[in-house]
Design a protein. Structure first.
Length: 388
């Protein structure tokens, strides 16, 4: 069994190495791609930046000010204060007094059948005036050129929806250990397929930034069509692509930054709330199986080497395979970190990352299928009504 797992690990490492190379070859970087496109004309389309915010006082001011600092000629920032109970509302009001381009919407409680974020975004779109909509989470900050560059690419390439992949700011130990899994999931797999227009069943969305034409958004029914989605960003991108519109996934780590979580508890709870919804249906079940296989592959060689270190009898061929596989995994992680200019040391914590992620995914499945509750930001929903 262990030998078969190690052999499967070799196959995975080869696949991941090829995927890494292909992704960085095929996924365009926003700043470089935009440099080859025409600049936005004086009559550029109006953009509404729509941000849902619920108890975001730690980041909301930096986020909103970064959007207001965009060098694009015509935009507004629409923030839906989703019934915050902290200082979010006061901070937003202070910024609005300084800059009239900020519009604050007093959010309403979501009605039955809706999750909070899709409902907040629907309210924001209802007050937005732009023909282009940029959906971004309340903890995401943008370089002043990001919006101009994103619109230039969208218009010149006749794209209907762009997803911007951000740089993850990681400061604490657990941020550095756990969050690289997100980038591994994109760059170490088939992320580049999201840019194949004929593969309509696969698209990638992210709360770090989704620029979409309002015409395409309205055509798929907006967030009302995905009102109960636990992973609404991905669902929105998939809905747009399945409707025949053109989608583009862009690297934007030098233009967009986010610090998603600040502690182990916030990472655990933030990820567990939605992960289980990515594993629904036959395709999701296959994804869950492959995910746990990957996590097992990530742990097994290190566990085997550790056991051998303390005298456990390990066949020499398996010991050699384990040493090679462990080294390859760390080198792949290091290569990805170097390309993205992330710290290198978390690469050696790869088995710890895999073990904790296995626990977080299991916790998410427990909350969805056993406890049947979805809890986030002080709201609790019936998980049986939520979907992918």
């Amino acid at each position: 069994m262990i030998h078969a797992l190690l052999v499967a690990g070799l196959v995975f490492v080869a696949f991941a190495a090829v995927s890494l190379a292909v992704n960085f070859a095929l996924l365009p970087r926003l700043s470089r791609f935009a440099a080859r496109q025409p600049l936005s004309p004086p009559n550029a389309a109006r953009v509404s930046i729509v941000i849902p915010a619920r108890n975001e006082e730690a980041e909301i001011e930096r986020t909103v000010r970064s959007h207001l600092a965009q060098d694009y000629p015509d935009f507004e920032v629409v923030v839906v204060d989703d019934r915050s109970t902290d200082g979010t509302g006061a901070l937003l009001e202070r910024i609005r007094q300084e800059d009239s381009r900020l519009k604050i919407i007093a959010g309403r409680e979501p009605p039955p059948g809706w999750l909070g974020k899709p409902h907040a975004l629907t309210q924001g779109v209802g007050e937005a005036s732009g023909s282009l909509l940029l959906f971004a989470d309340a903890d995401v900050r943008y370089h002043p050129a990001a919006l101009r560059e994103a619109v230039a690419v969208l218009e010149s390439r006749e794209i209907d929806l762009e997803t911007l992949l951000a740089h993850f700011e990681m400061q604490s130990f657990w941020e550095n250990v756990l969050l690289p899994y997100v980038t591994i999931s994109v760059y170490g797999s088939l992320g580049f397929v999201a840019n194949f227009p004929r593969v309509r069943a696969f698209a990638i969305g992210a709360g770090t930034g989704m620029l979409v034409r309002r015409s395409a958004y309205d055509a798929i029914g907006g967030h009302a069509a995905i009102r109960n989605s636990g992973v609404d960003d991905v669902r929105l991108a998939m809905a747009v692509k399945r409707a025949g519109f053109r989608c583009l996934l862009l690297r934007a780590e030098d233009r967009v930054a986010v610090r998603m979580y600040r502690s182990f508890g916030s990472i655990r709870d933030g990820l567990a709330k939605s992960l289980a919804y990515a594993f629904g249906g036959p395709a999701g079940s296959l994804l869950l199986l492959l995910t746990f296989l990957y996590l097992a592959i990530s742990i097994a060689p290190f566990a085997l080497l550790f056991a051998a270190l303390f005298g456990a009898p390990v066949p020499s061929r398996d010991l050699a395979l384990a040493a090679f596989l462990a080294t390859a995994l760390v080198l792949l992680r290091s290569a990805l970190a170097a390309i993205l200019r992330d710290p290198l040391w978390p690469a050696v914590t790869h088995p710890l990352m895999a073990a904790v992620w296995a626990g977080i995914i299991t916790r998410s499945l427990y909350h969805r299928y056993i406890r049947k509750r979805l809890t986030w930001r002080g709201r609790e929903y019936d998980a049986r009504r939520a979907r992918f």
